[in-house]
Design a binder for this molecule. Structure first.
Ligand SMILES: *Cc1c(COP(=O)(O)O)cnc(C)c1O
Length: 403
């Protein structure tokens, strides 16, 4: 007897009914009434920018991550630029970073006229491989820019050991990793400088916004100057001191975050721990559901870390499938699961190919991961039904494409 598949088994991409009616995004913010009230309060106050909420938010973030200083910026990208400046990167210098990241990580090196040197990632975590870094250190290397991919901290001890030997500066791009722990310590107080982003898809949001945390007073001072045109005081300080005089002592930018944004950030930060707990719960549900599917490789977690799960990127085991990533991606989208891909490796973007002559094939681990990666929806406001929808859709699509 021939069984006819129920309509619920026919992929939506082939005309079947989708697992859910509306598109579930891969990440999104959550805004509560208390957030809105805090922002409105600032709109009625004297200081829309460079006011008291700036240091209040900075101090709250510094305390949360266990760093002495936090300096806010208008975006994570501006914060990365500030860190590249504070590290003293300039023309002819090199900074080593991961190919499997958002382009902003490498771009901040270029902003300073320095050269981003890429080093391949480890196959388990997809974080930069310390042995690959070691091979690329030259007399011109000044910094290492490690990325905490998906919220799993980079191999910070091994990286810091390299720098002890070579006097390099470690900048940690922790835009995925607010609240993540490495050997029981929060990221943000471990590297020389750590960068966070408050874009709406990240753990907490200020609309746009970013932060650098550091234990080094000299870096903090340079960062504050850099975000304010290279001027060594700000408008509120001058008002408090009843004076007008200021001096520009280095070249900087207007990368300031507003009090409106910081008021939102202060409220959001209060919910970070609850938010992280929910992300960890969702990751555990995904792990349990997908562990048994041969065509799906779940993200690895090393024993000495507690990831913050900005993303939940699975890798397709192509040997088990007769469809490639594009087909699986399209099938999941048709089921109304807002999957995404993180990331096109930096060196494969047209700009990097043209500027540096990359042809593909230079970073085999990152490139092979890229061809298999799919980020599933992961944000703390997902309901249990949302999580179930993702699991059902992945099982449905994998069953349809499995050899
Ligand atoms: C989000 C992100 C950035 C940039 O942050 P913005 O706030 O969007 O400028 C940089 N690096 C990584 C890894 C990111 O995920």
């Amino acid at each position: 007897m021939k069984l006819i598949a129920a309509n619920s088994d026919v992929l939506a991409v082939d005309g079947g009914s989708p697992v859910r009616k509306t598109l579930l995004p891969y990440g999104r913010q959550s805004i509560e009434e208390s957030d809105i009230e805090a922002v409105v309060e600032i709109l009625r106050s004297d200081w829309l920018t460079t006011g008291p909420k700036i240091s209040e938010f900075e101090e709250a973030v510094a305390e949360h991550v266990g760093a002495k200083y936090a300096v806010s910026f208008s975006s994570g990208t501006a914060a990365l630029h500030g860190a590249a400046f504070a590290a003293g990167l300039e023309n002819g210098d090199e900074a080593i970073t991961s190919p499997l990241t958002f382009v902003a990580t490498a771009n901040c090196v270029l902003y300073q006229g320095a050269i981003p040197v890429l080093a391949d990632v480890s196959p388990d975590t997809l974080n930069i491989d310390p042995e690959e870094i070691d091979k690329r250190i030259t007399p011109r290397t000044k910094a290492i820019l490690a990325v905490d991919y998906a919220g799993h901290p980079a191999d910070l001890n091994s990286i810091l050991q390299l720098t002890n030997r070579n006097g390099l500066i470690v900048i940690e791009d922790a835009c995925h990793a607010l609240g993540a722990e490495y050997q029981g310590r929060k990221v943000g107080g471990i590297a020389h400088m750590t960068i966070f982003s408050f874009h709406p898809v990240k753990h907490i949001t200020t609309g746009e916004g970013g932060m650098v945390t550091t234990d080094d007073a000299a870096y903090a001072e340079k960062l504050r100057r850099f975000r304010n045109h290279g001027i060594n005081s700000d408008a509120r300080q001058r008002q408090n001191e009843r004076q007008w005089h200021y001096e520009m002592v280095s070249l900087g930018f207007n990368y300031r975050l507003t009090d409106i944004a910081c008021a939102l950030g202060i409220q959001q930060l209060k919910r970070l721990e609850v938010n992280l707990a929910r992300r960890r719960q969702i990751a555990a549900k995904y792990d349990a559901a997908f562990r048994e599917i041969p065509s799906v490789l779940c993200p690895a977690v090393r024993s000495n870390v507690n990831p913050s799960w900005h993303l939940y990127p699975i890798r397709l085991q192509s040997e088990e499938l007769f469809a490639d990533r594009e087909e699986v991606f399209r099938a999941l989208r048709a089921e109304n699961i807002g999957v995404n891909v993180h990331y096109i490796p930096v060196h494969l973007h047209p700009y990097y190919r043209e500027q540096f002559g990359y042809k593909g094939g230079e970073f085999p681990v990152a490139e092979s991961a890229y061809e298999r990666l799919i980020s599933l929806p992961m944000f703390h406001a997902m309901s249990d039904d949302d999580v179930e929808d993702v699991i059902r859709a992945v099982i449905k699509v994998m069953a349809a494409f499995s050899c």
